[in-house]
Design a protein around this ligand. Structure first.
Ligand SMILES: NC(=O)c1ccc[n+]([C@@H]2O[C@H](COP(=O)([O-])OP(=O)(O)OC[C@H]3O[C@@H](n4cnc5c(N)ncnc54)[C@H](O)[C@@H]3O)[C@@H](O)[C@H]2O)c1
Length: 342
């Protein structure tokens, strides 16, 4: 038996339970989980909002950001070994769709998420298809391994467009926006401006990366552009707030022919002034998850090559103190909260 965090009832909260250690199939591995990150998605599940109630089966062990060590191999598994430290892709894909058969695994329409649709990683043990395992090099410790999933969202979004020498606007200084800012600097953007309406988040952004933090409740982006001597506007926008006003400001402050990658998820339908997008000839790309496994390859290479996102982890707690961790995340002012299962 093992300790796990479960959505046991269709109401607010998560509960610590004792559950059977998962049995693995011939193509799976069993992972002893060491560290997990709490994601915004886990907060939706905790809060049991409309999306969670529509999406998450009950009971379910939640959690999808993890690092650990392989302790058992299914009989068909090759190329991995017991004792291997790893993280892993939490999107479980089908292999039959056109996109999947073309090798574009992240676009498979049958994708299911661990901790959302399938048993998750907030547990001492996790069953994962061996295909999804990402081995960790020694340079990446367990707490960084536990936040590769959201770093992967940041990397996938940031690398959607060429950022070398470009002026980049990131709206939303949540953990993912802040990590995207660090990535944009790492790959050679010129100015990286990050906006939020929460001063604590902007302070954290400035600690993690060499960025220009802007509180859009107090400062106008037009003034910021003038201060940075930008002639026309930002070349690339990374939308990471899900906020309608932030997207409007982004469109307003982009150059003609600018490019936008959208990661932030608006709470429902939101109005968009499409004519402005058309007349500015803006390219928009929606971003979901991580490219499997190109994003993983790139982010591990960047971490080995000096990308430092550790300061985005603001809280480290034993897994038994999960309720405190969720409370901190629900405050909306923390960086990443990492739970220790070892
Ligand atoms: N597409 C995907 O695959 C995927 C995966 C993970 C997360 N997400 C989404 O990406 C976004 C970022 O994730 P996160 O965990 O960093 O979220 P978060 O909620 O912690 O951060 C969002 C930030 O946006 C800020 N914000 C609110 N209004 C703003 C405004 N007008 N201008 C600028 N900033 C504003 C908030 O204060 C907050 O700090 C969220 O919308 C999340 O749902 C998408």
């Amino acid at each position: 038996m093992m300790k796990a965090l479960e959505k046991s009832r269709p109401e607010v909260g998560l509960w610590q339970v004792t559950a059977p250690v998962p049995e693995i199939g011939p193509d799976d591995v069993l992972i002893r989980v060491r560290k997990t990150g709490i994601c915004g998605t886990d907060i939706h599940i905790w809060n049991w909002d409309d999306w969670a109630a529509r999406t998450v089966p009950v009971p379910l062990i939640t959690g999808h950001e993890f690092a650990g060590e392989i302790v058992e191999l299914g009989r068909n598994v090759t190329g991995l070994a017991v004792g291997q430290r790893c993280s892993g892709e939490g999107h479980l894909i089908g292999r039959d769709s056109r996109q999947s058969r073309a090798g574009k695994f992240h676009l498979d329409p049958a994708t299911r998420g661990i901790g959302v649709n399938e048993q998750g990683a907030f547990a001492e043990y996790l069953r994962l298809p061996s295909f999804n395992v990402v081995p960790l090099p020694d340079a990446i410790d367990d707490e960084i391994g536990a936040i590769l999933d959201p770093l992967g969202n940041a990397v996938h979004t940031a690398l959607s467009f060429d950022l070398v020498g470009e002026d980049v606007l990131i709206t939303g200084a949540g953990p993912i926006g802040i990590m995207a800012a660090a990535v944009a600097r790492h790959v050679g953007a010129r100015h990286v401006v990050i906006t939020d309406v929460n001063p604590t988040r902007l302070e954290l952004a400035a600690k993690v990366a060499d960025v220009v933090p802007v509180n859009v409740a107090q400062e106008d982006l037009g003034d910021v552009k003038a201060r940075l001597k930008m002639r026309e506007g930002f070349d690339v926008g990374l939308e990471m707030s899900g906020n309608q006003q932030a997207l409007d400001q982004m469109v307003e402050n982009l150059v003609m022919g600018g490019r936008i990658a959208l990661l932030g998820i608006p709470p429902g339908k939101s109005p968009v002034d499409w004519s402005r997008i058309v007349f500015k000839a803006i390219t928009i790309k929606g971003v979901y998850g991580r490219e499997i496994f190109e994003t993983w390859y790139k982010m591990i290479a960047m971490l080995e090559n000096g990308l430092n996102i550790r300061p985005v982890i603001t809280h480290r707690l034993p897994a038994d103190d999960f309720a405190q961790g969720f409370e901190i995340m629900r405050s909306g002012s923390s960086g990443k909260v990492v739970l220790d299962w070892s």
